[in-house]
Ligand binder design. Structure first.
Ligand code: GDP
Length: 445
């Protein structure tokens, strides 16, 4: 997860001022230094770090400390507010308040992920927003780039307007707009040439393209892994072009998240999407408010719930909820179902990763929740007969041995599973008609 380190550091330093009465210049000095180091480690650009720290300090000192609130909590609030101010709170998508075709111009350095993102965005808008999308490549320097967009277009099933290296980008762009109008397309995505480093003639060329096409969106595509450099590139592009938003790519790599903060501060434009992989469906809306809260160790809980809602088999969840509500017996078959659902959701460890404070969890606990453990439990259950699953009390000595042999586990593993099942059963009885029910229904409905 982005900003992991920052989260850890912040919670460490905030602990230090726990128990003190007030936020003073003195006791926030340490914490400000910690935040500074954490931001630099997260690859946030230096000038951005400086202004962030200054703002946090102003906010903290100007804050009237309510007696009911501890200074440490206040500091958390202050940092979160500043993050929200910088990153923004709202999730913003593509602006469709324009005459179709809505033209989206993709800008950025070579290798940032423009062509890949064009394809992902085309797929996203087609599938999630039911738009009719066309793409065109205005990269007249690399025939390979034109071919790459063609390939991407075929992959996502989106038309690509033909272009050729003997034309100039403006001519290509205009001809694509005409074609998009004639074909009643809602969206035209214009992929552009990128250089390895910012250069003047490339900037002038894309500026000319922007002037002639007057796009609704000009998205700056930037590689999150470039860290400190992202800030410089962003500045160069924002100085020349009227940007409307940012796409942060390669967030799935070991990027430390700093680019998000730098690029947003420098361009002042919202990060609209993030790329999380090389595949065509690896594009997600960027939720700045969630970043702000995950930074503060609250975890990416909202994303987790959303993911759970998407992946949980609703019918089964509903059936299960009803069953618990009626107070029916919770059998090993039900337990098996639950484990399978969990596996479906990417396994326990991926869920745990997203929960708050999991960085501090001892390894032994993490191990308990590991997917290996889940797989072992499933193997054990799979070796039982239907009767055994429904009447687990039958499982004694010789049956235990048979199940252990059949599942390639040990008798201890079988006993452990039965113990966990018993605990789960007790829990289910407690939850009957209570909070858990509401949760299950929510997930199910
Ligand atoms: P362009 O030169 O800006 O058009 O960049 P490309 O679209 O050709 O992308 C350059 C490389 O980055 C390719 O190998 C892509 O597969 C890869 N890439 C793009 N976006 C992502 C992403 O979100 N995650 C990962 N892991 N790779 C990406």
């Amino acid at each position: 997860i982005m900003f992991d380190n920052l989260t850890d550091r912040l919670s460490q330093s905030i602990k230090k001022i726990r128990g003190q009465a007030n936020l003073t210049e003195d006791n926030i000095k340490d914490i400000l230094r910690d935040i500074r180091v954490a931001l630099l480690e997260a690859d946030v650009a230096l000038p951005v770090v400086k202004s962030f720290i200054d703002d946090v300090k102003q906010r903290a000192l100007g804050r009237e400390v309510l007696t009911s609130v501890k200074p440490a909590q206040m500091m958390v609030k202050v940092v979160q507010e500043e993050l929200e101010r910088v990153l923004g709170k709202e999730t913003s998508g593509i602006n469709f308040n324009a005459q179709p075709p809505v033209v989206i111009l993709m800008a950025g350095l070579q290798g940032a992920g423009k062509t890949t993102t064009s394809g992902k965005l085309a797929k996203y808008l087609t599938e999630r927003q039911q738009k009719k999308v066309m793409m065109v490549s205005a990269d007249v320097y690399r025939p390979a780039a034109i071919e790459q967009l063609q390939t991407v277009g075929e992959q996502v099933g989106v038309s690509v307007h033909p272009s050729s290296v003997i034309d100039n980008p403006v001519t290509i762009g205009k001809s694509a707009v005409d074609a998009a109008k004639k074909g009643f397309f809602d969206v035209l995505i214009v992929d552009t040439a990128g250089r390895l480093a910012v250069d003047e003639s490339m900037m002038q060329e894309i500026k000319a393209l922007q002037d002639s096409l007057n796009p609704t969106e000009t998205l700056f595509v930037v590689d999150a892994m470039t860290g400190q450099d992202a800030a410089n590139t962003a500045k160069a592009f924002a100085d020349v072009l009227d940007l409307t938003g940012v796409v942060l790519t390669k967030v799935d790599g070991d990027a430390r998240g700093g680019a998000a903060l730098s690029v947003k501060t420098i361009t002042g434009k919202p990060i609209k999407f993030q790329g999380v992989g090389e595949k065509m469906d690896a594009l997600e809306p960027f939720h700045p408010d969630r970043i702000a809260s995950s930074i503060l160790g609250m975890g990416d809980v909202l994303s987790l719930v959303e993911e759970a809602e998407r992946k949980i088999d609703k019918k089964k969840a509903e059936k299960f909820a009803k069953k618990v509500q009626k107070g029916n017996k919770f059998t090993l078959e039900d337990f098996q179902e639950q484990l399978l659902q969990m596996q479906n959701m990417g396994g326990m460890s991926s869920m745990l990763d997203k929960l708050p404070g999991m960085g501090q969890l001892p390894d032994a606990v993490k191990d308990q929740a590991s997917d290996k453990h889940t797989n072992r439990m499933l193997a054990v259950i799979n070796s039982m007969t239907v009767k055994e699953k429904r009447y687990p009390q039958l499982i004694k000595g010789s049956r235990k041995r048979r199940i252990a042999n059949g599942s390639g586990t040990s008798i201890q593993d079988v006993s452990k599973l039965l113990k966990q099942y018993n605990q789960m059963q007790k829990m289910m009885r407690k939850f009957k008609g209570k909070g858990m029910m509401k949760m299950m229904q929510k997930l199910g409905g």
